[in-house]
Every structure is written in structure tokens, then in C-alpha cells.
Write a protein that binds this ligand. Sequence first.
Ligand code: PLP
Length: 397
Amino acid sequence: MRIADRIGRLGIETAFAVSAEAAAFAAEGNKVYSFHLGDINIMTPSNIMDAAEKAMRGGKTGYCPNAGIPQLRELLAGDISRSHGIDYTMENVSIQTGGKPVIGKFLQALMNTGDEVLYPNPGFPIYESQIAFQGGRALPYGFVEGKDNFKLDMDAIERQLTPRTKLLIFNDWQNPTGAECSPQELEKLAGLAIKHDLYVLCDEAYYDVRYEGKSVSLASIPGMAERCVILYTFSKKFAMTGWRLGAAIGPRDIIDVITRLNVNDESCTNHFLQYAAMEGLIGDQAPVRQMLDTFRARRDAAADILNSIGGVRCFRPNVTFYLYPNVTGAMERKGIDDLDEFRVALLHETGVSVCTRLHFGRALEGEKDFYLRLAYSGIDIDEIREGLGRFKAFVEG
Ligand code: PLP
């Protein structure tokens, strides 16, 4: 086969490999507690499903505009304008087949070969994959464990900035750590972006997956809206991961380029599903609130048990549906010094299936502690209690 050279630079999401491993273990007749994938085991609200069916039966089955239907673009522009305090119109919105495509299209629109791009590591693995695939230089920055939250490693960001650094990928309400920036961190980051003329991808996949407080976007800091592209998704807020609906929202020149990429890639996002998305935005919000209540109870149950395990400590983020416990002490207790070995032993001894730090990028220089990532979006509270009870016995037994 003559596969193109650039494919060698294209990464994968190794969390899907953990799913396959867990499925194989379950197929041997074992009980599995699934904490590995950020999918949701709650149905999409029925009013959204009804709206999809109505639009489909009403004939919305042909192509639609490349940037999405104007009604949805307008609604989303209004919604984000209100939440972010930015004046967006439908010209600032390009509907996408999920949030993920915004990552690659942002880079295609703004990154030249050899440009440097700062991105979070640990972080969503597609950032590094797409930067490398498209011929950029990926500069990772990490997080530092603070008192009650992970902090951006601002030094790593500042240290790596050069005249060739053109872009910053930023994921507040972060997967996998659950990290949320303080207002001071946001100000500092905005100052750096403006000083060094960086364009920023604000990955806001978890903007609305919030249990307390209010999300404040980097794009809302004065001087930033003109250099930020927001990755918006319907996946997490409305339990619509498999529907594949999202948007790029940002300066009109960039959004026009992204829509031109739509013309070349998929023509348009599914037509009738966009009417369902409108129902999500303007319809009954009770199912969304209920889902958040369910997630909050799961988070608390999981964090309580994790923090009761000898050698484990875990923050309780107010956003996302992830926990990122430090298990360095637990590994010492078990006499295991390899993180993946610990993960596999945990799966085989207890059925608890998790991702680790290593599914979110290579460990950075100087990183000494070991972390797991648990998603509680796809597992009910009884199973959380049972599975993590086994985890505790595994470590302490
Ligand atoms: N960004 C982050 C940080 C994510 O965790 C995810 C999904 O897990 C996405 C983007 C993409 O989500 P989707 O393509 O379903 O909108």
C-alpha cells in the first residue's frame, strides 16, 4: 500500500482502545464498571427527538446552506452573545458536525507549515494529532496540582513563546483534569495572547456542564473576541454525543474560511437535526437541569469514595463530568510503578475501567505524579459505589 507520509503524523483517541479492552474483558463474563469514555448514558431529551422527527417528516431532508440553517445560526449567536457578553450575529456562526471538526478546521484556517501552536497536555488528544498532521509544531503546556484545583502551567506557556508561536489552544473546564481558570489566570492569558498576537481556539465543550458558579470565557475578556474561535457543541449539554452537532463561533473572516472548508468536506451538517438543535436551545430546559442534578450526585459519590482510599486524592471540579485523581500513593501501596500496569491490574482485579493521564498525551518532563481519569457521565450511581468500593478494597486489601 502507498499510504501518504502525513498519515504517519495522524494520532488517534486511545480512550477508544480502552473501550475495546473493557468490552473484551466483559465478553469473558466479567463485570465491568465503565469510567473510561466521556459518553452519556442518559437519553437525549424527548422534545429534541420529537423536533428532529417533525423536521424530517416535514421535508427537511435535502441539502441546506453550508454554514447551517440561518434560524439556528441566529439562535446560537443570540445565546452565546447573552452568555458571553459579546455581540455575535449569525455571520459569526458556522454549524459543524460536532465540536471536534472545529479543531482541525481552526488549524486549517490559521496555521501555516512550521507555525508553533501551544496546546494543553494532558488534554484532548485530537489537538496534538491535528497540529502534527497539518505540519505545525505542537508545544505542550501542562497543569500544576494546586490546593483545590489544577492550575495552568503559565510558566510553560510563557517559556515556550517565540515569534513563530501563532496559536493557542485553550480548554477551560478541562478534559481530563476538570481544571477551571481563575479570573486572574484568564486575564494573564489574555494579556499574553494580545501581546504575542496569538489566535486562540477556546474549546468550550463543557461550558454548560456546570454544577456551581458561572462559566466565564476567555473570549469575553476585552480585546479577545476578535482573536478567539469558540468550539461549541450540543453533545454534552443536551446528551447528544451521537447526533454530531456543534459550531465554530468567532470573527467573521475566520468563520467564512471554516464554512469554505465545509463546502469542501461535508457540504452541510445534517439538515433536519438542526431544527432539533433549535428546540434544545429554546425548548424546555428541565431535562438539562435534571441531567446536571444526576451528574452532581454521581460526582459527589465518586469523589467521596476516591478520597477515602489510602494513597488517592481527588478534586471535586464544579464543571465537566470528569475526575482526575492522583493515585501515586495507591500505586506505591500496590508496589506498581507503571501507570498502565496499574490501570490493567485495576481492570482485571476489580472490573473498574478507567483512562489514565497517558491517554491524554505523553508525560511532560519533570512530571512525577500519576493520575487516572474517571468519567461519571456513563455510569449510574449504584455502579459507581460498587465499582469504587472494589477499587478501595483493591488498594487497601
Ligand atoms: N473538546 C473536548 C475537550 C472534548 O472532551 C470533546 C469530547 O469529548 C470534544 C471537544 C468533542 O466533542 P464533540 O465532537 O462530540 O462535540
